[in-house]
Every structure is written in structure tokens, then in C-alpha cells.
Design a protein around this ligand. Structure first.
Ligand code: URA
Length: 285
């Protein structure tokens, strides 16, 4: 089975949901536009009439005429600072920005900068190859991650591992996985802005130490935090952004993909885009 078929199987997307024109097609920017258009129509149709009719509906779709998409790289707005940042906070940020891995690991493990340190079991620094060309960034540890001290070890993590496998990647080999927050918000509530502000220097330093060729951001929260944006995830994905000069591709969170059938094919498009960005960076290196 080729990688694409393997990936679609991992995501639970029946073959008949996928435009036939794309079968075996190389990953090109132009095809990404086609997928967007076709899947939009095909998935709505599937929801309405059932999977069996999908192939027929897809076959009847007009051939898209969209021109090849130019991959855009957006400049990231300057790193935001709280309106008033006291000297101690500035000194802390500067100290973190100068840390090596050992110091960073210790600083995260001992961090008491916000209230999450009162409720956590373990800090979750991240896992993987510290010289990886791929970096994935999620939101925050959940219950299992808090217990085990490793990101994405629950159900969503299994899906993530399978998605990575379909791309020829693995968390213990050629990818590094981290979160915006290093501690679990109690009850898996949304992170507070103050918690993000305290934790951000850690992630920024991780990214600076790894210098991946591409960062894949998982889910709305991580994407909006990293990119300093309030734009909905549906609009952030499909474009190449930048963080500190490193290309960033946004996709859906695996936990969301577990329950949202209609967006699974889009996640595949996103990873194709990330692969393209990665390979291009490799070619330019
Ligand atoms: N969700 C995340 O965003 N990160 C994890 O580590 C686990 C679940």
C-alpha cells in the first residue's frame, strides 16, 4: 500500500471519498486546491446521501480549473510582549533563551511560574529527536500525558503516531513533539493567556535549539498561540506561515480528527503541504 493509501486508511477515510483524479498524483501545490474544492462538495454530498453514492457524485464533479496555488509565506507579527513586562520577567525570558537542553529540561521540571505547577503530576517537555527536521506542536498535556510525562500518549496520540508513520516519521526517530504548555490545565480546560505567556519562552527555546525545517501545529489553540492570531483554524491552514524564520503549517488536532469525519481528508492535505515545505527546505539547504 502506498503512503497516501496508508494515511487515508489511518484516518478512516474510505477510498470513495477521495477524488479519483488525485489517486497516485504527486504532491503538488496545484492538487491541494483541487482537493479543497472537491472534498467540500463530496463530503457534503456523502453526509446527505451516504457513502455508497459518493463515488458517483465525485465522478460527476467538474474538473477544477483553479490555477496552481503559489505557496505563500506570511511574515509573523513581532513576538508579542505583555503590555507591562517587569524586569524579572524579561530576565527570565533572556535566561531561557540562552539555555542548552540540560538547563531547559531542569527549568521546565522545576517551573512554578504559574498555578499549573500546583496541580500537575509531571511536566511534559516534549519527546523525540532533538535534531529532527520535523517538529509538531500541540496544545497542552492531557490526563495521560500528565501521568506519563510524555506528549500525545492517549487516543489522539495513537492517531498522531499513525499519521506520522504514514509519512515515514516516528516520534523516537525523526520528529520532535512538544506542546505550547508544559503542564496540564486541570480538567483539560483551555489554557489561560497568562499560562501561555509564562510557558512560551520554553517552546521558543526548544524551537531555536532544534531548528526544524518545518513545524506542524496541531489544532486551533496551538496555531493561534504560536502565530499570535485570532484567525479561525480553517483559514490558517492551507498557507505556510513562519515562526522565527521557520515555516509553519497548521492542521487539525488529532483529538478533533477522531470525532470529525469531514475534516480528516483536509488533514492529509495539510501534511502533504508540510512534506512539500520540508522537502523544499531540504533542497535549498
Ligand atoms: N493534546 C495535546 O495537545 N497535547 C498532548 O500532549 C496531548 C493531547
Amino acid at each position: 500500500m502506498n503512503r497516501r493509501a496508508q494515511f487515508l486508511e489511518v484516518l478512516g477515510i474510505p477510498a470513495e471519498w477521495v477524488p479519483r483524479r488525485l489517486a497516485g498524483a504527486p504532491v503538488e501545490a496545484a492538487t491541494l486546491v483541487e482537493v479543497e474544492v472537491d472534498i467540500e462538495v463530496a463530503t457534503v454530498a456523502v453526509a446527505a446521501v451516504g457513502a455508497e453514492a459518493a463515488a458517483e457524485i465525485e465522478a460527476s464533479l467538474p474538473t477544477p480549473t483553479a490555477p496552481p496555488r503559489v505557496v505563500m509565506v506570511e511574515a509573523l507579527s513581532p513576538a508579542p510582549q505583555p503590555a507591562v513586562q517587569d524586569e524579572a520577567a524579561l530576565a527570565r525570558d533572556a535566561a531561557i533563551a540562552a539555555m542548552d537542553w540540560a538547563a531547559l529540561e531542569a527549568a521546565v521540571a522545576e517551573c512554578t511560574a504559574c498555578g499549573l505547577s500546583d496541580t500537575r503530576t509531571n511536566t511534559v517537555l516534549g519527546v523525540g529527536d532533538r535534531r529532527a527536521e520535523w517538529m509538531l506542536v500541540g496544545e497542552a498535556p492531557g490526563e495521560n500525558e500528565d501521568l506519563q510525562g510524555e506528549p500525545f500518549v492517549g487516543q489522539a496520540g495513537k492517531l498522531l503516531d499513525n499519521m506520522l508513520g504514514a509519512l515515514g516519521l516516528a516520534r523516537d526517530r525523526n520528529v520532535f513533539i512538544a506542546n505550547v504548555l508544559k503542564c496540564r490545565p486541570p480538567g483539560n480546560r483551555n489554557p489561560e493567556p497568562e499560562e501561555v505567556a509564562h510557558c512560551e519562552p520554553f517552546l521558543r527555546r526548544q524551537i531555536a535549539l532544534i531548528r526544524p525545517k518545518v513545524i506542524v501545529v496541531l489544532g486551533r489553540f496551538a496555531a493561534q498561540s504560536l502565530l499570535r492570531s485570532t484567525t479561525p483554524i480553517g483559514k490558517l491552514r492551507g498557507t505556510v506561515h513562519q515562526y522565527e524564520g521557520i515555516p509553519v503549517v497548521v492542521t487539525y488536532h488529532p483529538a478533533y480528527l477522531l470525532r470529525t469525519l469531514t475534516d480528516k481528508a483536509r488533514a492529509w492535505e495539510d501534511l502533504c503541504l508540510a512534506r512539500e515545505v520540508h522537502d523544499r527546505a531540504g533542497a535549498e539547504a
